[in-house]
Design a protein around this ligand. Structure first.
Ligand code: CO8
Length: 372
């Protein structure tokens, strides 16, 4: 069978934090910490925290604002992280709640009933708990059948999830699947670190994958997918269930939030991604000038500019490689799916495009699509 993406949905949290709001809060935090540590700073035992700046953020990343589940906690200089209500075990978790909104939109676009779904994959950078699987809770709340499981490939979770679902649809073991990516990046971003406090936002995306011949309208056939990984410590988060087992009983250590060596990531990932995309399309006998659209992972504008230029062999024209990071920031695995969801309707039958993710791991995933 030929698998296809027949619907996508995006859940966007209402709260927006602009760069100026973010920087004002960070600078207030820095001033507060510098006052608290004034003695050590004066004695030269400690470096003062430096101010952040909106100009730097736009120039270094292209990000202008981000959506978050909780704005108050993040912006409060005495808190500096989201504060999310503890839920009873009997009510849906926050990831499920975000996922349901995105799934319902994707199902409506595909004109598929939730009860027809026989595979739910919750693919995201972090799960709010280890078990029971978030995907199984989503399956129950949606009223879907079949089976469900969670997977985590950081920023490449969505494309790796699409590959898993597409392969099962292709093989006939699954008829209709939904891959959902609820990303609460605000929960594991270190908002107190000037080098990265601007990078992430929250969102959820969902994609319905079924047989092309079952599609009720215009859709995208998945010609093929390619996934690759290569171990790197340059993006890392050391949080996990062994936290309490550490000799120092750690509850708040810097390495338990998002950490990265941004420059190295930039340098190493750009060639890896462009080579990956070019060899994927070459193996399908497709040349770069046959691609009408690139929906890239949304981490950094210059990074995308480089990759687009490398893949197409020229500067991409307006709209050929749409960015959404100015509005959403980096939303990990959901970024390329937001771009796909918002900028794909105008393609005409026969047009080719590639969704491509890249990030921690390192991991790279590409999905070659043909408009039908
Ligand atoms: N304001 C003002 N100045 C600043 C700030 C700031 N906020 N931050 C840094 N500076 C200063 C630095 O101190 C430095 O000063 P100096 O030159 O005096 O040392 C100068 O600005 C330049 O700093 P950098 O070299 O760090 O800046 P870059 O130009 O490299 O930009 C970026 C930093 C934006 C991080 C850039 O390197 C980048 O985007 N790299 C690619 C990162 C990337 O793609 N990462 C992917 C990670 S995402 C992923 O895989 C998902 C993980 C799982 C999800 C996690 C959810 C939380």
């Amino acid at each position: 069978f030929k698998p296809a993406i027949t619907g996508t949905g995006v859940f966007t949290p209402e709260n927006i934090i602009t760069n100026d709001e973010l920087v004002a809060s960070f600078n207030a935090y820095a001033d507060k910490m510098n006052a608290v540590n004034a003695k050590a700073i004066d004695a030269g035992e400690m470096a003062p925290l430096q101010h952040s700046s909106s100009e730097f953020i736009v120039k270094a990343s292209g990000i202008e604002q981000r959506h978050v589940l909780d704005k108050e906690g993040v912006l409060n200089p005495d808190v500096m992280h989201p504060q999310l209500r503890q839920r009873d075990d009997d009510e849906p978790g926050v990831m499920t709640e975000m996922a349901l909104d995105a799934c319902k939109k994707a199902l409506a676009q595909a004109q598929v009933e939730a009860s027809e779904i026989d595979l739910v994959i919750c693919a995201a950078s972090n799960m709010e708990r280890a078990y029971p699987a978030i995907a199984i809770e989503i399956q129950k709340e949606l009223g879907a059948g079949g089976f469900a499981f969670d997977m985590n490939v950081a920023c490449s979770s969505a494309t790796f999830g699409i590959q898993a679902a597409a392969d099962m649809v292709r093989a006939g073991s699954v008829r209709k699947a939904i891959v959902v990516n609820p990303e609460i990046c605000s929960g594991h971003l270190e908002w107190r670190d000037r080098d990265c406090h601007f990078i992430f936002g929250d969102v959820a995306t969902a994609s319905v994958i079924e047989r092309s011949e079952d599609a009720k309208g215009a859709h995208f056939e998945i010609i093929s997918t390619r996934c690759a990984t290569q171990f790197s410590n340059n993006i890392r988060n050391n949080n996990g269930f062994l936290r309490r087992s550490r000799p120092d009983g750690v509850i708040d250590r810097r390495d338990m939030q998002f950490m990265q060596n941004g420059r190295k990531v930039f340098k190493e990932v750009v060639p890896m991604v462009s080579t990956h995309m070019l060899s994927h399309i070459a193996e399908e006998g497709i040349s770069a000038d046959q691609l009408s659209r690139l929906w890239l992972h949304q981490a950094n504008k210059s990074m995308n500019d480089f990759i687009g230029k490398k893949v197409l062999g020229r500067t991409p024209e307006d709209g050929e490689q749409p960015n959404i990071l100015q509005d959403y920031a980096n939303t990990s695995s959901a970024g390329s799916i937001i771009a796909f969801s918002k900028f794909s309707d105008d393609l005409t039958p026969g047009d080719y495009g590639v969704i491509c993710s890249f990030g921690a791991g390192y991991s790279v995933g590409s999905v070659l699509l043909k408009r039908r």
